[in-house]
Ligand binder design. Sequence first.
Ligand code: DGJ
Length: 728
Amino acid sequence: MGITFKSSEQTFHLQSKNTSYIFMVKEGGYLVHLYWGKRIREYNHSNKVRFEDRGFSPNPLESDRTFSLDTLPQEYPQFGTTDFRDPAYQVQSENGSTITDLRYNSHKIVKGKPNLEGLPSTYIDKEEEAETLEVTLIDSELHLKVVLSYTTFKDFDVVTRSVRFVNEGVEKLRLLKVASMNVDFHDADFDIVTLPGAHIRERHISRTPLREGVQSVESRRGASSHQHNPFLALARKETDEDHGEVFAFNFVYSGNFLGSVEVDQFNQTRVNMGINPFDFTWLLEPDESFQSPEVVMAYSGDGFGGMSKTFHKLYRTRLCRGKFRDEERPVLINNWEATYFDFNEDKLTGLATQSGALGIELFVLDDGWFGKRDDDYSSLGDWFVDKKKLPNGLKNLAENIQQEGMQFGLWFEPEMVSEDSELYRKHPDWCIHVPERQRSKGRSQLILDFSREDVCEEIIQQISNTLSSAPITYVKWDMNRHMTEVGSGALPKERQRETAHRYMLGLYKVMEEITTRFPNILFESCSGGGGRFDPGMLYYMPQTWTSDNTDAISRLKIQYGTSLVYPISSMGAHVSAVPNHQVHRNTSLKTRGIVAMSGNFGYELDITELTDEERAEVMKQTFFYKENRSVIQFGEFYRLKNPFEGNDTSWMFVSEDQQEAIIAYVQVLADPAPAFSVIKLKGLAPYKKYRIDELEKTFYGDELMNVGINVPMMKGDFQSFMWKLIEV
Ligand code: DGJ
């Protein structure tokens, strides 16, 4: 296990528990990719790199017409020196040329994993958990140094990668593209799996065969986005939930990204992922360096289930941080869909009092408590309480709610400013904008220019003042529009195309500062629901509001797609009113509860309007969830039935010690004369006996996993069940 360098063969072998990643330094100092996949003991060139004299593939080494970068599988390919495929990076020098020629210079292998300064990344608690290889490449003409970083973890089948560019010359350089990683696969026998979507339809699963040429997934919106998640996987044709190979890539970044896959003329596949080069240039002055964000590359030989298991555990334990990483998350009620902007102190305390009586633990006051915000046209940037709505202030409200035995949480949208706000009137140049151009609004708001230090300082101060002013134990950090007219009043003209990335660096700094100042506050990120559900945000805030769509049936696909990569403890899920506010569907409180209880559970409806029968049901739900949340939030998650393939969905949670499990099932539409459906459970101990109360019987795990259980016949649309299994 770990990283070895065989100097006689110039070969690097990175081993984790079940995987090997191998590459070598070839003559001329080129890094050649050899293998990534199931772990092998030792690499002895059984698939020796092949060289042929290929037409129209030129040769960088004078003496060898069979050697061309155009055909060679590489680690960090460049443009302009015989490779015509999609390069991992591109740099422009002062003479205008974009040709670079990086060659191997040196390497070092160190214990542990260095942090990426100012950027989110996976981390370790103890040095022995990981090893890191840094390979230094040099372009001797430009005096450009590039350091490729690879980390392998003892307990996870992942390689994390990032890249650092250093200008060691005397001339200015311009970075035009900086992918954080590149892998050249030797074949193209894959499907590409991605998570496309839209606002209120996030992270649906797309799987299509690879074809010749470039196919990509990207965001140009200034946020990782609802439209595409910074994730892609290559899966073998035969790969399914439990079998087959998956090679997955996830970018630890919350802004513009590009994940690109190119199938070349010889059926080889190149994948690279990083900051989107579209509308990006970074000026690198002499002695300056540029650190790319990290890409997590996960290999699974056990299908998508194996891939998710790796991502879930890595992200839950070595990406999320702070005291809430390992703490059970509270059952909350959020007033947004209950009141929108229309509330006063009495309404809120009434909601909180009744919620507390039903077992809910945290009351969250959403949008509308500050400035003079009675609708979404004003006040963003003015983070002081609206005395018209809350005449006794936040502290008083929070304390009253606390007296009811509930915690108090608050909504912010710190990155935004309304034109109608004191902040904007004082600092109209503090938003992202281009002088002389119109400032297009989204949801009637503008984006604060977080690439500026003065803006970041002001927001840190304002948010900190509010958080210190009242007993607040939870914050929802929202962000509700994408970037247009991208430019910064604080940057010189040659750095304008750095704005979007500098904004992300500023945002990360602000979040680091605020979450460090308030370690006892649980932070949940949100961007109109799941518009920034990415590992970058999870580094600062261990949970995310999964979608503004709270309809239980829509949520089946949204939560299933999200679970491909992100752990259950990161997904906010609420029971809302019917007809549902987004899709106007009616579903039972039971089904809404079962779907919402499969994440960080909460309610988002006017609890004071429930009937006695509904109140009793809510009490049952909160009781069940609290009893079982450690299994749901921190157990192993298994997908049993895929909502993209049929009319029903099923999933389950198993405790780490395999003593308890919970299975959930939802049927979408009622079928006439339905088939007899059986579900085979997963993740149980075959030799343990489990009791299922609803079936009034006990079964060995192997029976439940191999023979399965009957799905009861259910009449009507949107029916469901959630059963508990306990070892006897
Ligand atoms: C978008 C969020 O996703 C909603 O939950 C809510 O907080 C609104 N913003 C408030 O403006």
